[in-house]
Design a protein around this ligand. Structure first.
Ligand SMILES: Nc1nc2c(ncn2[C@@H]2O[C@H](COP(=O)(O)OP(=O)(O)O)[C@@H](O)[C@H]2O)c(=O)[nH]1
Ligand SMILES: [Mg+2]
Length: 278
């Protein structure tokens, strides 16, 4: 996968987060609602220790609501964890965090003892967007390129809650190939040309099992051909993704599908289900 990951990055982030964690009462972990497990960083579990945690399932506007509900239940099985589906770019929703913070840290949030919350999450998951929404104006750098944030940002949520952005960059720890393809398919990580076709094929094989109706409707296919490569070709042909003398250009077709998937044009799609959901 085309990810700029190496242990040096991780070690630096680990040190910075561990240090900030000492002065943190509550962790706000931002996950991508479409892939809540693959968008985690497993290191965080250990860094957080026993600190209470809100798992924000962000970009829920793009995810399948039923699946998001199932993920919430899954996460809330853990003591001290509450889950909140959110679209960080809608400030009315972002403010729902306030109550959850107070529920999880009842002994603070008063004069002289504010709740100190730290927002953590992999690049591009929506941390800066959330902080901007909380503030009600643009204070953090937002971008669709990973790792736009350079300085740590702090904002107040309500009177006695202080929210800080992640210090350092916490890359996803990709544990298997599917995680990589999921992250690439949703745009969480960059992908090179080779990976694009692979990520597109991965997305199609997943969509053809879990969202065949949406797939057929979007690309006006009366039936889905057998196998993801055949589906990719069929969509490429329909949409005129052609190269002279070659026929369907699989790269162009994959790019088209991934762009439409990422922007929600195929529908509200979750790329990952908790073990309790088939
Ligand atoms: N559809 C949608 N896009 C979002 C949401 N939150 C953030 N984004 C987009 O995701 C991209 C990355 O956001 P950013 O806040 O820079 O991520 P960061 O790297 O975690 O700080 C930007 O293009 C945002 O507009 C959301 O709830 N829904
Ligand atoms: Mg940022």
């Amino acid at each position: 996968m085309g990810i700029n990951w190496f242990p040096g990055h991780m070690n630096k982030a680990r040190r910075e987060i561990a240090k900030a964690m000492r002065e943190t009462d509550l962790v706000i972990e931002i996950l991508d609602a479409r892939l809540p497990s693959a968008s985690q960083n497993p290191m965080l579990r250990q860094l957080r220790g026993g600190k209470p945690c809100i798992k924000v399932l962000n970009k829920s506007d793009l995810a399948d609501a039923t699946v998001t509900q199932a993920w919430m239940k899954e996460f809330e099985r853990e003591k001290g964890v509450l889950a909140l589906p959110l679209s960080a770019n809608r400030s009315s929703e972002a403010n729902r965090l306030n109550k959850l913070c107070q529920r999880l840290v009842p002994d603070r949030g008063v004069v002289g003892k504010p709740i100190r919350a730290m927002v953590v999450g992999i690049p591009n998951v929506g941390k800066s967007t959330l902080i901007n929404s909380l503030k009600g104006r643009s204070v953090a750098d937002v971008g669709n390129k990973p790792a736009v944030t350079k300085r740590q940002q702090t904002v107040e949520l309500g009177k006695f809650i202080v929210v800080s952005d992640t210090p350092g960059v916490l890359w996803p720890k990709i544990e298997d190939e599917s995680d990589g393809y999921r992250l690439a398919a949703t745009g969480a990580i960059g992908a090179n040309a080779m990976d694009y076709v692979q990520a597109g094929l991965f997305a199609l094989s997943y969509l053809s099992v879990h969202y065949p109706k949406e797939l057929k409707a979007r690309y006006k296919l009366s039936e889905l051909p057998e196998g993801s490569e055949a589906i990719l070709e069929a969509i490429g042909a329909k949409r005129g993704c052609l190269t002279k003398g070659v026929g369907v250009d699989l790269y162009k077709a994959a790019e088209l599908i991934l762009n439409e998937l990422r922007s929600g044009k195929i529908g509200k799609i979750s790329m990952e289900r908790p073990p309790s959901v088939k």
